[in-house]
Design a protein. Structure first.
Length: 350
């Protein structure tokens, strides 16, 4: 199997311990360097965490794994087009270089950052972030000179005809295309840009004002709490077992692991292309439903290919296939004291 996976750096579990058994499947490690604002809120950078990320990235490089520095916040506020931001990016990359960790790639949401890096660090390959939602060939044509690679639009990830077409465009134009495998986001979620902007300002959870007005930051959580579990099947994640369908068309497949409670489970599932368990538990964000969405049962159902590539998923007509598939692949979740658990548990906490 080729190296295709990109793993987000994490330290809530042993990064090297989780990745070492599958190093031959991991192509890249993506990371936000200490001091960089990225598309997820960051924990404080203690001296110990700084030492850890340096050690882990050096391990990756020693094992032939490329580095991808992410500058992919969706909002940089008043400094979005400024010398301040240009100098900040330059300083961060110089710090990486001084540590012997100048990356091969830089992923960004900012055309301005791409322009700066093109001029100041011409050896770096620039990749446009999945958060830009670049979903068409014409969109790529507009900015052709600014990037070397891109993540394809998230809402069409499962459609093999779309992935094949965009992958062919990438190859024909000397670009690299990537996908994200385990996004737990709702398909076409209207909150997505709002949510990404919060992350850009290092905000994740609920606020006092949100509580006061009964507003939930996470539309996915609210949606599932209302019982709309079929939307999980309509979403945009890819099963580990289905990776061989997509890998021929892409250069890299991103695993969302940076803030997941159990990133080692994700790395193992996608590196092995096999997972025995609840599919919700390897998605980011991770929500635990009242039932288990059993991966084996789902993959064994003749309905799965139809649901996976449904052309009406963006405008669901409630044909009944998702409901039937959910029923077929669901197992009861039991609690020793209370029986079937009714509690909704989400990864994100206010």
């Amino acid at each position: 199997m080729e190296r295709k996976l990109a793993v987000g750096w994490f330290d809530n579990e042993s990064f090297v311990g989780a990745c070492a058994p599958y190093a031959e499947r991991i192509k890249e490690v993506y990371f936000a360097w200490p001091g960089v604002t990225a598309s997820r809120p960051m924990d404080d950078w203690t001296p110990a965490r700084r030492e850890q990320i340096v050690a882990d990235l050096k391990w990756a490089r020693e094992n032939g794994i490329e580095l991808d520095a992410i500058f992919n916040a969706s909002c940089y506020g008043d400094i979005a087009i400024s010398e301040t931001l240009a100098d900040h990016v330059t300083q961060m990359l110089n710090e990486m270089d001084a540590a012997g960790l100048l990356p091969e790639h830089l992923t960004t949401t900012s055309p301005f950052i791409a322009t700066v890096v093109r001029r100041r660090f011409p050896s770096l390959k620039i990749r446009f972030s999945i958060n830009m939602d670049i979903a068409s060939e014409i969109a790529l044509k507009y900015v052709d000179e600014l990037f070397d690679g891109f993540y394809a639009g998230r809402n069409d990830h499962r459609r093999l005809d779309y992935v094949a077409r965009m992958g062919a465009w990438a190859r024909d134009h000397g670009k690299m295309m990537g996908l994200q495998a385990n996004s737990g986001c709702l398909r076409n979620c209207p909150f997505h840009q709002f949510h990404n902007n919060l992350h850009g300002h290092n905000r994740m959870g609920q606020s006092a004002a949100g509580e006061k007005f009964g507003f939930s930051v996470f539309r996915c959580r609210t949606n599932y709490e209302r019982g709309n579990y079929e939307d999980f099947l309509r979403a945009i994640w890819i099963r580990p077992e289905d990776l061989p369908l997509y890998e021929p068309h892409v250069g890299v497949i991103k695993l969302a692991t940076r803030r997941h409670p159990n990133p080692a489970k994700i790395v193992s599932a996608y590196a092995m292309r096999s997972y025995d368990g609840d599919l919700t538990e390897i998605m980011d964000p991770f929500f635990r439903f009242p039932m288990i969405v059993d991966n084996y049962r789902l993959g064994s159902s003749p309905l799965w290919p139809e649901v996976r590539e449904c052309r009406d998923a963006d405008n669901c007509r409630n044909c009944g296939k998702c409901a039937s598939l959910l029923k077929a692949c669901s197992l009861s979740r039991f609690n020793d004291e209370t029986g079937i658990t009714k509690e909704f548990v989400g990864f994100f906490k206010g």
